[in-house]
Write a new protein. Structure first.
Length: 129
């Protein structure tokens, strides 16, 4: 999906977002690119920034290999596959150990979902499967 360079840079984490926007050429406001790393590549001359070529090259590499956002980025097909596995496990009644703490006071700090919210989540998962 094509977006403006500015829109792609807006999705970076801080401080990279602010740094990239301050380095961006004026054409980045309207110029469109297909992906985030391409937008960074065309937004400015990496060697002419206070951060250096290596800094921006490292960010683009992490984006391209799926580790920039601290977790691998999955395709919709991968997510659907994972949802099917989880739904199958749930249907088999193979309960997983509780991840809630055993201390009652600590458990009270966890958010409580309303029944209707849970029903909506289940409905959405079933549509994926």
């Amino acid at each position: 999906m094509k977006k403006t360079i500015r829109n792609w840079l807006d999705t970076l984490h801080e401080p990279e977002r602010t740094e990239a926007l301050s380095n961006m050429r004026p054409s980045g406001i309207t110029e469109k690119k297909d992906c985030q790393s391409e937008a960074i590549a065309f937004a400015f001359n990496w060697s002419n920034t206070p951060q250096s070529f290596e800094y921006w090259d490292n960010i683009c590499s992490r984006i391209n290999n799926g580790t920039y956002y601290n977790a691998p980025q999955h395709t919709p097909e991968e997510l659907k596959g994972k949802a099917k596995v989880y739904m199958r496990e749930a249907a088999q009644g193979d309960p997983k150990p509780s991840v809630l703490p055993s201390d009652a006071a600590e458990r009270k700090t966890y958010p409580i979902l309303e029944v209707e919210t849970l029903k909506g989540i289940i409905r959405d998962l079933l549509e994926i499967v």
